[in-house]
Design a protein around this ligand. Structure first.
Ligand code: SF4
Length: 319
């Protein structure tokens, strides 16, 4: 058992790991005793990388980029995940920083060259670790804005416990089509759980993305949607749900950067999206009244993604 990490957790966080229901899988395993659920993690830091990341939405990245903490493993298993080398639950767990002190040192170092923004990527299954790291950073006199960058498969009660801790929610809303969640992400109830979760984020943050007078991010909700090839109907259903269940005043990030990381078992997923598909979804969003949209040029399939082997960045398609 990782005693250093255990000593950094509150009694509530320890209780959460003793019968883990952090996410909708509700595995109920005792992770302190080494039991593993869907995410295949027990008590472990499991941090694959801490790095300055300039690829987030401009209101977050601004000129200097954000400090992103990438967790290993995930509570969804999307076939096409661009971070599959760290997110796949059946591969070896990438754990770059052996101790809480070392990872806090790294976060502190990267924050010196970034905007005052600390993002946690795929944090859902590692929430106790995320909260412990925020306390450690705060103990060093640093109070960055906290971004919760997740896949959308979240538990409402767990999110309620994050009120006051998270400044910016940055969830994916991948599917409204239930079948696609099962086929592409190994999650049967993604659409239902994502809807409830993002409604809770909206309850906490509303539809405004707030900045201070200098443009520094304060708080908000930005909903990301990755358009998949051959799946514009799903994209339109997602947008419909956001417009009617939340509001067309929320900020959207419509992502064009889908790029199959390897041969997919579904033929439609073996290509990038077309300009026609992207524009069809964008036009539909505009027709619903969305007016705060981060759109992407289709050349954004070349967007930067972290290289988890070399602790740097690569571009999709680089060898
Ligand atoms: S965080 Fe992991 S162990 Fe806990 S409920 Fe989710 S998948 Fe299961």
């Amino acid at each position: 058992m990782d005693n250093e990490l255990l000593n950094c957790l509150t009694s509530e966080e320890i209780r959460q790991l003793q019968c883990c229901t952090l996410c909708p899988h509700k595995c109920g395993v005792n992770r302190l005793k080494g039991e593993k659920g869907f995410c295949r993690l027990d008590l472990s830091l499991a941090i694959a990388l801490v790095i300055n990341h300039k690829g987030e939405e401009p209101v977050l990245s601004r000129s200097k980029g954000v400090t992103n903490v990438f967790f290993s493993h995930c509570n969804s298993q999307c076939l096409f995940c661009q971070n599959h080398r760290i997110s796949c639950n059946t591969l070896d767990t990438k754990n770059l920083y052996p101790t809480v002190t070392e990872v806090t040192d790294k976060i502190t170092e990267v924050l010196q060259t970034s905007e005052n923004v600390l993002g946690f990527v795929s944090p859902t299954h590692q929430l106790p670790v995320m909260k412990a790291l925020i306390r450690e950073v705060n103990n060093r006199g640093l109070f960055p804005k906290i971004v919760y960058n997740c896949g959308g498969y979240e538990d409402v009660q767990t999110l309620e416990g994050l009120e006051g801790t998270v400044d910016v929610y940055l969830p994916d809303w991948k599917y409204a089509d239930k079948e696609l969640g099962r086929k592409y992400s190994s999650v049967r109830d993604y659409s239902q759980k994502a809807k409830a979760a993002i409604k809770e984020m909206y309850r906490q943050k509303g539809s405004s993305v707030l900045t201070d007078i200098d443009g520094n991010i304060e708080s908000g909700l930005i909903i990301r949607h990755l358009i998949l090839p051959g799946c514009t109907d799903n994209s339109k259903k997602v947008l419909d749900e956001i417009a009617w269940e939340l509001s067309p005043n929320v900020t959207l990030s419509l992502m064009s950067q889908y790029n199959p990381p390897f041969q997919m078992p579904y033929s439609n997923l073996n290509r990038k999206i077309t300009e026609k598909e992207y524009n069809e979804v964008l036009d539909f969003a505009l027709s619903l009244g969305f007016h705060k949209i981060y759109s992407q040029d289709l050349t954004s399939t070349d967007s930067v993604i972290p290289d988890f082997d070399n602790n740097t960045f690569i571009r999709n398609g680089d060898s």
